[in-house]
Design a binder for this molecule. Structure first.
Ligand SMILES: Cc1cc2nc3c(=O)[nH]c(=O)nc-3n(C[C@H](O)[C@H](O)[C@H](O)COP(=O)(O)OP(=O)(O)OC[C@H]3O[C@@H](n4cnc5c(N)ncnc54)[C@H](O)[C@@H]3O)c2cc1C
Length: 411
């Protein structure tokens, strides 16, 4: 018989323990939200795979990635965040109560922060696993270009990212050999990038090739053996480092069909890290954005931690005050920077006084946040919403007058 899952309630469930998830945890924990971070592999995420982080502000001695993320973990623990080392198997993100399930547990959450990052697509060449990351196969020119100054590097791929990163590498490396699987002169990148790359004296191209194997000693990669896809010929090329740019796959399979994603399956967010579902946020490499780095992941995490706090506070205000069921309600939704709607506050005050406590009056200033107005379905301001028994009764948007509002409230 299947074992019953243990049910636990949290304000915030964070899925993924890389720099983005850890920072969200620090902010959510500091805001005194009951927070759990669930990580299926290594706390620290992708950053733990690198021996030298030279571009994260505040660490001039370029420490190991792990050294930085361990500090983040300690800080999150200090803020009272719970950690669980296991994989999230399924999620239900719609509605006020989100469900996040692992093998043994079921977490019920007010908010979920998706921080699952992604993984690099690899070539599948022989011995590839042996040389990944710090042993000669890299996926990040921004991170590893400087370490390859005056060296010979190989770039695998000919898409926009491959050629852009390859061009960046020519500023450091003495030679950049690019393996392209297409016929001579054909690449997957845009024409302008192709022309610039082909005119770059440091770049050389090996056409019609894919990787057959990676060779070296136990410590480091020495040679990439290419295979000509037309003739089958094996072409060994010695190098100091190989950069693979054949795609990045966001870890979003769990969320497919529930939240909006781009064609390449990155999560769409706004600048508050909100996804298409209320109370669900996405941060770091998993979301559609321009620069995937620790510094940007950390920024995303900070925003989502605070946005989750604001979402929960707003939900509580909405349920306890705005949609209260004790009395008929009048909700005035206005924009404080609009002089007319600000002036109309006096009329609202008069209605409240005339009603002598018979109605509950709330004022929502959308200039501070549109969250509450969104929940009421109000898109244009000023507007008045009346409630009855904790439910919306009427919405008035045009021609607001004392009479029309009093009539809607049967005053
Ligand atoms: C070799 C290498 C070197 C790099 N060097 C630098 C550098 O020098 N400077 C820099 O700024 N950036 C560098 N980067 C990039 C940087 O590591 C990433 O941008 C950053 O880690 C992204 O953080 P993240 O939290 O969004 O995702 P990640 O770090 O990818 O973390 C996501 C986490 O989510 C977990 N996860 C996924 N699915 C689930 C699930 N279902 N359940 C539970 N957990 C799950 C994963 O196990 C992972 O730990 C490097 C990357 C690599 C690979």
């Amino acid at each position: 018989m299947a074992r019953e899952k243990k049910i636990e309630n949290y304000d915030v469930v964070i899925i993924g323990g890389g720099p983005a998830g850890l920072t969200a945890a620090i902010y959510a924990g500091r805001a005194r939200l009951k927070t759990i971070l669930i990580e299926k592999a290594l706390i620290g995420g992708l950053a733990t795979y690198t021996n030298e982080i030279a571009n994260y502000p505040g660490f001039p001695d370029a420490p190991k990635g792990e050294a930085i993320t361990n500090l983040m973990k300690d800080q999150a623990k200090k803020m009272g965040v719970d950690f669980k080392l296991t994989a999230v198997k399924s999620v239900e993100l719609e509605g006020d109560e989100k469900v996040v399930e692992t093998f043994r547990n079921k977490y019920l959450a007010k908010t979920v922060i998706i921080a699952t990052g992604g993984r690099n697509r690899v070539t599948g060449g022989k011995n590839e696993e042996k040389y990944l990351f710090d042993k000669g196969i890299s996926f990040c020119a921004t991170c590893d270009a400087a370490a390859n100054t005056d060296k010979h590097v190989i770039v695998i791929g000919s898409g926009d990212a491959a050629i852009e990163e390859g061009m960046f590498l020519t500023k450091f490396a003495s030679k950049v050999t690019v393996s392209v699987m297409h016929d001579e002169g054909k690449m997957d990148c845009n024409e302008i990038a192709k022309e610039a790359a082909m005119a770059n004296e440091k770049m050389e191209f090996v056409w019609n090739t894919v990787v057959d194997s990676f060779e070296g000693d136990d410590d480091y990669l020495k040679t990439v053996v290419m295979k000509n896809v037309k003739t089958g010929e094996l072409i060994p090329i010695d190098c100091d480092n190989c950069f693979e740019f054949i795609g990045y796959i966001p870890n979003t399979e769990l969320f497919e069909g529930q939240i909006e994603m781009t064609g390449r399956k990155y999560v769409m967010t706004n600048d508050k890290m909100e996804t298409s579902l209320p109370g669900v946020f996405a941060v770091g490499d998993v979301r559609e954005k321009w620069l995937k780095q620790i510094a940007t992941a950390v920024g995303d995490g900070a925003i989502a931690g605070m946005a989750a706090e604001s979402y929960i506070a707003e939900t509580e205000t909405f349920e306890a005050h705005i949609m209260q069921s004790a009395k008929p309600g009048l909700i005035y939704v206005y924009n404080a920077i609009d002089a007319d709607s600000r002036a109309f506050l006096q009329t609202i005050e008069k209605i409240e006084t005339d009603a002598s406590g018979a109605i509950a009056v709330n004022r929502i200033d959308v200039y501070k946040s549109t969250g509450l107005a969104d929940r009421l379905g109000i898109k244009s301001f000023p507007a008045v919403v009346t409630t009855e028994g904790g439910k919306i009764a009427q919405t008035l948007t045009a021609e607001l007058t004392e009479e029309s509002i009093k009539s809607a409230l049967n005053l």
